[in-house]
Ligand binder design. Structure first.
Ligand code: MRU
Length: 345
């Protein structure tokens, strides 16, 4: 594959009639798109993590609602059929609020009874996609302004182009820092158990020619102790009204370690990640995935009593975060100042 082909890889491709989803379970060995013509297929693609990352699953769900309308309109009860597809999509994964945010927007438009529903839904889904890319570029610049010069940063999971409409949230900030010549190295946690860091983040960084160093999640404390990183930069799946942040499991440990070692912690996320209906992070539902994702590496006899605990997100208290960056603005020390200033007017 040539470099230009590699750079054009996107998580989602919308043709106007179908949604192509890059199967991220196969990366980096295989680049393969599955093409979907109905919402049920996209629901399965989200649940099985062919597409993953909070903004990307919101965008995929928005296009799935268009596909649902294309399938059912103008049959007599098409609105009920679309509503049922929306319900299925909402049940695909519980933690990333961007999914519910996008579905609410699509549902709200349907409630207005547009004269040409397919065209109207299509326009809104494309707008959600385009605005996400623009937000990532804006966040990239804002985040890079806050950091200034950094010799090295650490990131966790994959909050890159693959997890979004394009460019990325945490990786957007990293891309902007790199373009400014202000970054020497990016440390990437491998991110057990799904290896988003090892399989996706390092792959994205390599394609952009950004120097990267992979480490086991358990090496992060020692990395910080060695003074090798100035900032940790991560994305988010849901941010509560008090600034508590749900993100990939392991983010909370990084924040605790960062406090101990005087390393700063930045969360970069579009406004669609905020859930002001949740007072704090305690109410955020944390997805538990199949224990087999962990047990697959164990040798267990038939009837063994060994199980596995596999929460795939955790919540970092606002007090441990140095900065939250969105396309609307930045809050420094959200634990002190709150995040209300980032709410829509
Ligand atoms: O389980 P995943 O891979 O969907 O989890 C993704 C993350 O936790 C990301 O950090 C988050 O969605 C932000 S992506 C811009």
């Amino acid at each position: 594959m040539s470099t230009s082909q590699k750079l054009s890889v996107q998580a989602l491709q919308w043709s106007g009639h179908s949604l192509k989803v890059l199967d991220q379970r196969l990366l980096p060995e295989t680049i393969a798109y599955d093409e979907y013509h109905d919402a049920a297929g996209v629901t399965e693609a989200i649940a099985s993590m062919r597409v993953r990352g909070a903004p990307a699953i919101g965008i995929a769900a928005a296009y799935a609602v268009v596909l649902s309308a294309m399938q059912h309109y103008p049959s007599g009860d098409w609105q009920n059929a679309v509503a049922s597809d929306i319900q299925q999509l909402a049940a695909s994964r519980p933690t990333a609020v961007n999914l519910f945010w996008a579905l609410d927007k699509m549902r709200g438009l349907l409630a207005e009874n547009p004269a040409e529903p397919i065209a109207a839904l299509n326009q809104l889904a494309e707008q959600i996609h385009a605005e996400d890319i623009a937000a990532n570029h804006a966040m990239g610049e804002r985040g890079a302004d806050v950091i200034g010069a950094a010799k090295a940063v650490l990131t966790h999971c994959n909050a890159g182009a693959l997890a979004t409409g394009g460019y990325g949230t945490a990786l957007g900030v990293i891309r902007s820092l790199h373009q400014r010549g202000q970054l020497q190295n990016v440390y990437a946690d491998e991110t057990r158990p799904w290896l988003q860091g090892a399989r996706l983040t390092v792959w994205e960084l390599a394609q952009d020619g950004i120097p990267a160093t992979l480490l086991a999640d358990s090496a992060a404390a020692w990395l910080m102790k060695s003074g090798k990183v100035d900032w940790i930069i991560v994305g988010a799946d849901r941010i509560a009204a008090n600034g508590d942040v749900a993100n990939k499991i392991g983010t909370y440990s990084l924040a605790v370690l960062a406090k101990q070692h005087g390393v700063k912690m930045m969360v970069a996320a579009p406004s669609s990640t905020f859930d002001f209906s949740m007072e704090n992070g305690d109410s955020i539902e944390i997805e538990q995935r199949n224990p087999q994702e962990l047990l697959a590496d164990c040798y267990l006899e038939e009837g063994s009593l060994v199980n596995a605990w596999n929460p795939v997100f955790d919540v970092t208290p606002a007090a441990l975060i140095s900065a939250i960056v969105t396309e609307r603005g930045v809050v420094i020390d959200p634990g002190l100042h709150g995040v209300r200033s980032l709410a829509p007017c």
